[in-house]
Design a protein around this ligand. Structure first.
Ligand code: A2P
Length: 308
């Protein structure tokens, strides 16, 4: 398993290592402070509303950013002993009354980051998200100790081009993987597709790409290997339509200037609603790609742990 120290292996000299260390302390992917991005400073641990259950982490919210009335992200402290592989998910929870309520969340930050980031939907009457959307810096969020998941590089056989197909908050595991240097060691080209209903919902993805392009170390490492393909389905935009239609009619490939899907070189990861997972999986299988898992790596993988 990768850990914080592995990232230092990418730092070529002492000066680079020093800068990386400084940046990690500062929270590498926290954007500049703006009015709608509230960073907790000098926050004290929030008073627990009820007794925290045994055997789970209780972490402190550091920052919250709301994108639309349906989407937000938050960052929180990372427990010292918590290890995960980029692309995995964890069970995140809150005390609601005197009971913990959990939901599966992809970890959106990369494995080397000192903080944890999550990208979430807001469901008005959702058992967890109706409460989670109200969190503020300094609040306590629970996390079960064991991360897991299939959207990991280890579950794919070697290839040249990695497609990450996402809709809505399904971009979260890929937010982790596109910030992990290992992704670019394993693949020559990484294509992140993100489809949402409207343009406002794409903002998290645009911010991620800008962050990587401007990042002192990732920018060089990623170079032009990463391609972002955002599309919307319910308003005008440069790229329109469901990703499944754009695969089927070939527009995705002609827009990107790449050949059609080929199991010899292409690998895929899929994360979105259950209908999207099924429809995208069918298309990859039609192209000859075989599904893999942690136990049996293959040509594409799907995260079935959550939907939405
Ligand atoms: P559409 O607007 O045509 O429903 P949601 O916000 O409901 O999770 O949807 C996120 C995006 O996923 C929307 O753009 C939606 O398109 C698209 N989508 C929904 N179902 C599928 C599917 N079966 N295959 C591909 N894309 C889908």
């Amino acid at each position: 398993m990768r850990d914080h120290m592995v990232y230092f292996a990418f730092a070529k000299n002492d000066e680079t290592k020093r800068l990386l260390r400084t940046e990690r302390r500062a929270g590498m992917n926290a954007p500049a402070k703006t009015d709608d991005f509230v960073v907790a400073e000098n926050q004290a641990a929030a008073p627990a509303a009820a007794k925290i259950p045994d055997g789970v982490y209780a972490e402190t919210v550091l920052a919250v950013e709301h994108y639309t009335d349906r989407l937000f992200r938050f960052r929180m402290t990372r427990p010292a002993g918590f290890r995960f592989r980029s692309g995995e998910f964890a069970m995140i929870g809150l005390m609601v009354g005197d009971k913990p309520v959990y939901r599966a969340y992809s970890i959106a930050s990369p494995a080397w980051d000192e903080e944890l980031e999550f990208f979430s939907i807001k469901v008005p009457d959702g058992p967890l998200t109706s409460h989670l959307q109200a969190i503020k810096p300094g609040d306590t969020v629970l996390m079960r100790k064991k991360p897991t998941g299939t959207l990991v590089l280890d579950a794919l056989t070697p290839g040249k081009r990695l497609y990450m197909f996402s809709t809505g908050t399904g971009i979260a595991p890929f937010a982790s993987l596109i910030r992990d240097p290992e992704t670019y060691e394993k693949f020559e080209e990484v294509i992140l597709t993100h489809t949402c209903r409207d343009v406002a919902e794409l903002k998290y993805g645009f911010d991620l790409i800008a962050e990587i392009r401007n990042h002192e170390f990732l920018a060089d490492l990623v170079g032009d290997k990463l391609k972002h393909y955002p599309t919307v389905t319910r308003e005008e935009f440069s790229h329109k339509g469901r990703i499944t239609d754009l695969i089927e009619n070939g527009k995705l490939f002609s827009d990107l200037g790449v050949p059609a899907l080929n199991p010899a070189v292409d690998r895929g990861m899929i994360c979105g609603s259950s209908a999207m997972l099924k429809d995208t999986k069918d298309l990859l299988e039609k192209a000859g790609l075989v599904e893999g898992s942690n136990n049996k790596p293959g040509e594409f993988v799907i995260e079935r742990a959550f939907v939405g």
